[in-house]
Design a protein around this ligand. Structure first.
Ligand code: NAI
Length: 327
């Protein structure tokens, strides 16, 4: 029973792979590199490969099928990086490893609080021993209306998290959820959301229909000083419109765990590089915009879950048992 693990991170995943591999009786080959045509042969003798977000086009999947791989699991919720149709045609089974919504939901609330309390400015000041007060007066959540867009697993958890703060909560989703309604949160139209929310937090997937849902027109309808938090996908917000909104003062602040065109930048050390993402450079420079590198998910619980469950799925597959992680 052998699994080849690609992109195995030394600093957080390796120890867990060794632990769960031993517990589950799975022989592991741990490779720090992303899977590609040149290292696909490493998986010869493995029934399964365990990957992260690197693209798995048909050609690469075929290279793995050719060396005898039968199962591809990804240590992520999303599996859009895998050509699932091609995998099926090649006789490969695909699986994922979903983790809980708590980490991202906590993080969204943290960004909401950081934004309304001007935490970026506060931290920058204390770092240089500027202990003045002017310009860092915050707002209290109890006085604000928070709008949640997307009331799936994460959005619902954010709404629950917010109950203790005494703010007014409103929601928007393409499909209204009965539990959300029963908890006293009204669904509103997007126009109503723009008109009444002081803080808007995004928890919808990016689709063809909602690309740039927060654009110049939407921002124009929002309350003056509105604050935006995005832990969903960068493409939901038109970065140029966001920059205009910050510069004009229409938008009072933003907390962005995701930005447009982040692929290839995030998770790498680019300290010495000239980056080709002007919007990111501008947004990062504003004192009222907190930018983090798409890591709301990154908690101890997340790492344990994806390592353990990706291997559990491999074991189920190899033993011919029912496998809840198959997609
Ligand atoms: P989910 O699938 O449980 O919920 C998504 C919700 O969004 C659903 O209720 C759906 O009906 C709704 N929705 C779909 N299209 C919409 C639209 N156009 N307008 C309004 N609502 C719409 O997904 P989950 O687990 O809650 O995750 C939400 C998003 O969070 C993911 O799609 C992903 O983009 C992002 N995410 C970000 C992470 C991070 O580290 N920053 C980690 C995990 C997810």
């Amino acid at each position: 029973m052998k699994v080849t693990v690609y992109n195995c991170r030394e600093f957080d995943e390796k120890e867990l792979f060794l632990k769960y591999g031993k517990e589950l009786g799975i022989e592991l080959l741990l490779c720090p590199d992303a899977p590609h045509m040149e290292n696909a042969a490493l998986a010869k003798g493995s029934t399964c490969i365990d990957i992260i977000t690197s693209p798995m086009p048909a050609e690469l999947l075929k290279a793995f099928a050719d060396v005898g791989v039968k199962y591809v699991t990804t240590r992520t919720i999303g599996y859009d990086h895998i050509d699932v149709k091609a995998a099926k045609e090649l006789g490969l089974t695909v699986a994922n490893a979903p983790y809980g919504p708590y980490g991202v939901a906590d993080y969204a609330v943290m960004l909401i609080l950081m934004t309304i309390r001007k935490m970026k400015r506060i931290i920058e000041r204390t770092n240089i021993q500027d202990y003045s007060l002017k310009g860092i007066q915050g707002r209290e959540l109890k006085d604000l209306t928070v709008g949640v867009i997307g009331t799936g697993r994460i959005g619902q958890r954010v709404l629950e998290n917010l109950t203790g703060f005494g703010c007014k909560r409103i929601a928007y989703d393409l499909y209204e959820n009965d539990q959300v309604k029963a908890s006293g949160v009204p669904y509103v139209t997007l126009d109503e959301m723009w008109q009444s929310a002081d803080v808007i937090t995004l928890h919808a997937p990016l689709t063809d229909d909602n690309y740039h849902m927060i654009n110049e027109q939407a921002i124009a309808k929002m309350k003056d000083g509105v604050m935006l938090v995005n832990t969903a996908r960068g493409g939901l917000i038109d970065s140029a419109a966001l920059i205009d909104g910050i510069e004009s003062g229409k938008i009072g602040g933003a907390g962005l765990d995701v930005v447009e065109n982040e692929f290839g930048l995030y998770y790498y050390d680019h300290k010495s590089d000239i980056l080709n993402n002007r919007e990111l450079a501008i947004l990062r420079g504003f004192p009222n915009v907190t930018v983090t590198h798409h890591m709301a998910f990154y908690t101890d619980d997340y790492v344990v879950t994806v390592v353990r469950d990706s291997l559990l799925g491999c074991k189920c597959f190899m033993e011919g048992r029912e496998n809840p992680w198959e997609v």
